[in-house]
Design a protein around this ligand. Sequence first.
Ligand SMILES: NC(=O)CC(=O)C(=O)O
Length: 318
Amino acid sequence: MFRRFLSAAATPFRAAATPAMSFPLKKPCKLALIQLATGNDKTANLKHAGEKVAEAASRGANVVVLPECFNSPYGTEYFPKYAEPIPGVTGAHPPESTPSYNTLSALASTHKIYLIGGSIPELDPRTQKLYNTSMTFSPSGALIATHRKVHLFDISIPGKIHFIESEVLSPGMTPTLVDLPEFGLIGIGICYDVRFPELAMLAARKGAFAMVYPGAFNMTTGPVHWELLGRGRAVDNQIYVALCSPARSAEAGYTAWGHSMVIDPYAEVVAVTDETEGIVEWVLTPERITEVRKGIPVTVQRRFDVYADISVVGPTEE
Ligand SMILES: NC(=O)CC(=O)C(=O)O
């Protein structure tokens, strides 16, 4: 199951096999990706995120996305210090212990937007485990989904980059599909999750119109893989893909690649920025999905007599 759904509108993962998905998106949806400049001061990061979310909302965004670890520097040494519990996921918590949740909820309700709050280091007080977790809020400020990064970023390229998230983080155990009732379903992944086609495939096969990945690629992998992976997930599934990075900072221990982008269902990069702070916007339309799927009808040409239907097999239980 997609067990991290929190909304009544949640769609069980083991729904009937995907129906024809001609209209996964119900109406045009303006998406804004905030390539946020962040630093070491959590309070300042939250305030600045608020300013940029307000800016995106004032330009008519329906769905606003923040980057991975938007409230914290990206590094295993920082996660324990910046981690917070998430109300509703691990019970009730005093407001002073959940500033990121409070800020995101208030921003979503003030601006009447869906807010995919990048990710934050999450502390589960029941187990003392830490996760890299994305929260999604509805326009009423309700938390409607959380996604704990399923694939932890454990890589070692000699002389280039060594990063082992699993030294301090635990992996999430479920894919995440969130229902935005006016628009449709969106799948959420975090950064390294984009390297695993299965999450996007599962979401698309369940009817998602987009995969959204808050992410922070780096100066080694970013130039070669960031766009390639995003376009791969888009062309495989004929869905929109959004990649939302922090802005690059010369002072940060981890140098983010930047280049937040929106990719359309034909795998074209339709909106992109450089490495500096900025907002990437695009209006996602049902017509574009329909046009692409009509022209290249892979969504109805699959051969489940030759290979398994992953969306019916589904993920293993936690
Ligand atoms: N930071 C990540 O999770 C992933 C990344 O940078 C990469 O896959 O490369």
